[in-house]
Design a protein around this ligand. Structure first.
Ligand SMILES: [Zn+2]
Length: 327
């Protein structure tokens, strides 16, 4: 169970987090809402060494850093600056500019601020990985990349991104978007779409034994039809005779894609393919929590303390470590 999520205005935030110590205390409450438990022996009594931010277990003397196993692990940046960054990343509707954050928070170099923001995005992605989509899911693919490059299926210079959003009906019977996911893929083939569907929770059952994900709605691209058939899903195929009708016939998925492109062009001034996924995860994370706006900060801190950190090396050379592991 996470700690309590509190609604915070900027004023509340400033009052609650005035120094590194108040941040550390909040972090501990989010990590161990029922009090500290020694990860080695399970004992619940420990001394807190505030200078070193360690719990010293009274039974086995094992020392646990309050930041070990979180994105703050081994950070040299004061927690207060982290908290401010996370506050902005949680509350800013369109995502923050790292340059702006570096300047506002007085962080020594751009690379440090950039890495911090990526660690937070990683926590967002890890958190969203736990969610499945249910019922009816609208899907489409889109192409992200520098303006002027080729587009269309089979394009080589733009990244293909598969997008999905679950759709539910509100009490008035209107369709509304639920959760969204976006993933960079190599192509829009049926196999790739099936992989993505599995990731979305296709094949999982509800408590009543019904299929969690039941129907996909897409345009006429044949891969969706094949994927639906292979996965035993109903397929609602929208025939788009006029591409302009897409916004009317599949409004939500198109709105999400358009919004994502705006954010990436605006706040992030375009991003390289290598890091595109983490920006997509950030945008989806914020979209998926749009009804909990005021709790967003506490929720994001909780995501940050429940997610392992990522190093600069892992971010910049993601495949290098993979090869190392495999050889
Ligand atoms: Zn212990």
């Amino acid at each position: 169970m996470p700690g309590k999520y509190i609604e915070r205005s900027l004023i509340d935030f400033q009052k609650s987090f005035s120094d590194n110590e108040s941040c550390a205390q909040h972090l501990v409450e989010q990590r161990w809402p029922d009090g500290f438990i020694c990860p080695r022996c399970g004992h619940q009594e420990a001394w807190y060494l505030s200078k070193r931010r360690l719990f010293d277990c009274r039974s086995c003397r094992h020392q646990t850093s309050i930041t070990a196993g979180t994105i703050f692990h081994k950070t040299r940046v004061p927690l207060l600056k982290w908290y401010w960054l996370i506050y902005h990343m949680a509350m800013d509707k369109v995502g923050v500019s790292v340059f702006e954050m570096q300047r506002l928070l007085g962080i020594g170099c751009y690379k440090t601020a950039w890495l911090m923001a990526h660690k937070v995005r990683k926590a967002m992605a890890t958190r969203d990985e736990r969610y499945s989509l249910a019922g009816l899911v609208e899907m489409d693919e889109s192409f992200f990349g520098p303006a002027g490059t080729k587009r269309g299926r089979g394009s080589e210079r733009k990244s293909v991104v598969l997008c999905a959003v679950s759709i539910y009906r509100n009490y008035k019977g209107e369709e509304k978007p639920g959760f969204a996911h976006m993933r960079i893929v190599n192509d829009a083939s049926a196999e790739t779409i099936e992989d993505f569907l599995e990731r979305l929770g296709c094949g999982k059952k509800t408590q009543e034994g019904k299929q969690l994900l039941e129907t996909i709605r897409s345009d006429g691209w044949r891969s969706y039809g094949r994927a639906a058939k292979d996965k035993n899903l109903s397929h609602c195929r929208i025939v788009l005779r006029d591409p302009k009708a897409a916004g009317r016939l599949m409004p939500w998925i198109h709105r999400i894609i358009a919004n994502t492109k705006n954010v990436i062009r605006g706040a992030h001034r375009g991003v390289s393919e290598k890091h595109l996924q983490s920006y997509l995860s950030e945008i989806a994370y914020r979209f998926n929590r749009r009804f909990w706006e005021k709790e967003l900060f506490d929720r994001l801190i909780h995501a940050c303390v429940s997610s392992e950190t990522i190093t600069y090396e892992q971010l910049v050379h993601p495949n290098k470590n993979l090869t190392k592991l495999r050889s």
